[in-house]
Design a protein around this ligand. Structure first.
Ligand SMILES: C[S@@+](CC[C@H](N)C(=O)[O-])C[C@H]1O[C@@H](n2cnc3c(N)ncnc32)[C@H](O)[C@@H]1O
Length: 179
């Protein structure tokens, strides 16, 4: 079947931004006090991240809809901060911000580029950092004094059986809807 104009445009954009490219990423040895700097210590792609986060504000990403969390920050900001904090800065600082943006839409999990990194968000709140780090393939650890935060994050990361969820939703609907 021929692709629609919308599908063609989506494919072109995905290609342009390198969506899903399987990338390797050079990180630093955080246990070395003389380690080289990360991108975040040099620069940050604030302009493109700002643009993406403005669009994302209305996107209603399903994982973040599972509960209301006041003052939830935009996930694009956390994703790029985690990437910038993990990536070794290039020799020329002028390329630093771009090096993060170049791999923003990549598939970081496929080659396990970041899987050796352990990241703790000890004030995890609604879990944006935990979710975004997990999506990047990092080992995430979370903590919060608020048990609601714990419940929200636990369920954001739960391995659910979609069919069971649909069955349950249908059961609830059949119980409460007007007969
Ligand atoms: C703005 S939220 C954090 C957002 C989160 N880092 C994210 O990526 O979405 C701040 C959280 O810090 C938690 N908090 C404040 N003081 C704390 C403490 N002493 N120990 C643990 N959690 C604390 C609050 O309960 C709240 O959920």
């Amino acid at each position: 079947m021929a692709k629609t104009k919308k599908q063609q445009l989506e494919e072109q954009i995905a290609k342009l931004v390198g969506a899903g490219n399987e990338v390797e990423i050079e990180t630093v040895d955080f246990s070395d006090p003389n380690r080289p700097k990360t991108v975040l210590e040099i620069d940050f792609p604030i302009l493109p991240v700002n643009q993406v986060s403005a669009i994302e504000g209305n996107a209603g990403k399903p994982i973040y809809q599972m509960s209301k969390w006041w003052a939830r920050r935009r996930s694009s900001v956390f994703r790029s901060m985690l990437l910038a904090a993990a990536m070794k800065a290039p020799d020329n600082p002028i390329n630093a911000a771009k090096s993060v943006w170049d791999v923003y839409y990549a598939n970081h999990q496929k080659k396990g580029a970041l899987k050796h990194l352990k990241v703790a968000d000890i004030f995890m709140g609604g879990g944006t950092t935990i979710v975004e780090g997990s999506r990047l393939g990092m080992q995430m650890y979370g903590n919060d004094l608020n048990p609601v935060a714990w419940l929200v994050v636990k369920n954001e990361l739960a391995n659910v059986d979609l069919e069971e969820v649909i069955r349950l939703a249908e059961h609830i609907e059949s119980e409460v809807s007007h007969k």
